[in-house]
Design a protein around this ligand. Structure first.
Ligand code: UN1
Length: 508
């Protein structure tokens, strides 16, 4: 049967090529590890270098392609992804486990991004502004930067590569991407769609393999000008350090410990609905997962009972079965991390009111399944209430006022997403102003960002950049300020005819 397993190469210069080493690695279904999805190029620095060679060469012509034409290719990308949405979603569920409905959403996010940046090809607005001097024109334009290297995660295997790629390409940059080793197939699919959309060879290249053998060489290559990474804060720090000596532009999207505040006036049904979705969507494997529930003491008992009941009732299993509401953890080491945190929570005195164990039994024995887990009566200092777990575990921390809730929420090294459930507009606005996070929701959980708004966070979640939305253009372009003098003289800014001096002279 081994011969029926597809083998995928790297996508370099518009061709599928094997890794120089000739080696491959396996990609297996986390819901059923006997299901071998394919073998993928196990690349090293030679493959990474070749991809950068190609991207650097392609940059020379791609940067000169008019924005509207670049945008049109992205628009076609959106149409192709829309046509293939079902197949690509199934491939994604099979390789990373999230339920089909969510995998379709992931592909949809890539489609949305393609259309957004497709349209941007005809805008890419800069500013025109008066000059302080006569017969002189002033404006700013966005200029591309060069080769961009992307290190992308497994939790949004197509959406996140699309966030980065579409924004980079519309600005006129070229790309080398290293997909997560758990989810290379979704990036293979994305590369196919880009090729079929008519993207010239070499503008987008994919090299699969490990962070040390492929990622690191990309970070050290002086021809790579921009690095964009989504993943853990500790890896982000390593990337930041590796890029510092060559002054690369670095865009980092990292961890979260996202709070939902539930006030005593909240619609509790809605708050529970939102918390279940926010905590257990994608098996809690979102940077934006609602992993802290800060619930007013007046309603916390009722809220906890409702959460436990709903969590226990969630149908967990293969995401390919439409009846299931939650899939597995992505791999064995992620499962181990989640189980470790469950033990830590129990040991530090958090009350486990739902889940708290690996799922065994026929439907689960071949995969990395954990029961949706709710810890109640948590204290803000507990590790389960502070550290990012990246699994189906959420912690309820009782609070007695909005002020206390905001204080607990902000007492975190992360600042990605945040939310409040309340019917009091005054409380909603105070939380909106005071929560230290890049994203804020009222009467929604912390997940569910839309592509046309900036995505990213404060503190150790990010390094001051945003992706998606028009903010993404700032990561992938440099401002160029342009002055055109048609006076026929060398007019000196700040020195010749400053208006203030003219009026001061008159007064004398
Ligand atoms: C992530 O978890 O890394 O807002 C991205 C959301 C999704 C994107 C999540 N649209 O939850």
């Amino acid at each position: 049967m081994a011969s029926s397993v597809p083998v995928h190469g790297n996508w370099i210069a518009g061709k599928w090529v094997p890794a120089r080493s000739g080696r491959t690695f396996e990609n297996r279904n986390p819901a059923d590890v006997t299901d071998l999805i394919g073998r993928f190029a196990d690349s090293d620095e030679r493959d990474a270098k070749e991809a950068v060679d190609v991207a650097a060469e392609a940059y020379k012509s791609w940067r000169l392609v008019p924005g509207p034409q670049r945008g049109e290719i992205l628009y076609r990308l959106g149409e192709i992804l829309r046509d293939r949405k079902e197949q690509y979603a199934r491939d994604m569920t099979r390789e990373m486990g999230k339920v089909l409905k969510e995998a379709r959403g992931d592909v949809q996010e890539a489609i949305d991004m393609a259309f957004l940046m497709g349209g941007e090809g005809r805008r890419l607005h800069g500013q025109t502004t008066p000059s302080e001097l006569p017969n002189k024109f002033a404006m700013s334009v966005r200029a591309p930067i060069g080769v961009c290297a992307f290190i992308t995660p497994w939790n949004f295997p197509m959406a996140i590569p699309a966030w980065k790629t579409t924004a980079a390409l519309v600005c006129g940059n070229t790309v080398v991407i290293k997909p997560a080793t758990d989810t290379p197939l979704s990036v293979v699919n994305f590369a196919r769609a880009l090729a079929d959309a008519g993207l010239p060879p070499g503008v987008f290249n994919m090299v699969s393999g490990s962070g040390s053998k492929v990622g690191m060489p990309l970070l050290k290559d002086p021809r790579v000008k921009v690095v964009s990474f989504t993943g853990s804060t500790s890896v982000g720090q390593t990337i930041n350090e590796a890029c510092a000596p060559s002054f690369k532009h670095v865009h980092l999207e990292m961890g979260g410990k996202n709070p939902i505040i539930v006030m005593d006036d909240a619609n509790l049904e809605l708050a529970v609905d939102g918390s279940i979705w926010g905590a257990f969507g994608t098996s809690g494997q979102r940077c934006t997962a609602s992993s802290r529930l800060l619930v007013h003491k007046k309603v916390v008992r009722k809220f906890t009972a409702m959460m436990a009941e709903r969590a226990n009732a969630l149908r967990v299993g293969s995401g390919l079965d439409e009846k299931n509401e939650m899939g597995p953890s992505v791999n064995e080491s992620q499962l181990d991390t989640v189980l470790d945190y469950i033990s830590i929570g129990k040991a530090e005195g958090a009350k486990c009111v739902a889940g708290g164990r690996r799922l065994a039994g026929k439907a689960h024995e071949k995969g990395w399944f954990v029961a949706p887990t709710v810890f109640a009566d948590c204290h803000r200092t507990m590790r389960v209430a502070r550290e990012e777990i990246f699994g189906p575990v959420t912690s309820i921390v009782p609070i007695s006022s909005l002020e206390e809730a905001i204080d607990v929420a902000n007492d975190s090294e992360y600042g990605l997403s945040s939310a409040i459930f309340t019917q009091d507009v005054n409380k909603a606005f105070v939380a909106m102003r005071d929560l230290e996070a890049g994203i804020f929701y009222v009467n929604l959980p912390t997940i569910g960002a839309e592509t046309h708004l900036p995505f990213g966070g404060t503190k150790k979640t990010g390094n001051g950049h945003r992706e998606a939305g028009l903010a993404a253009l700032d990561v992938f372009s440099e401002w160029k300020s342009i002055y055109v003098d048609y006076s026929g003289t060398i007019q000196k800014a700040q020195i010749d005819v400053p208006a203030g001096e003219a009026s001061a002279k008159k007064k004398k």
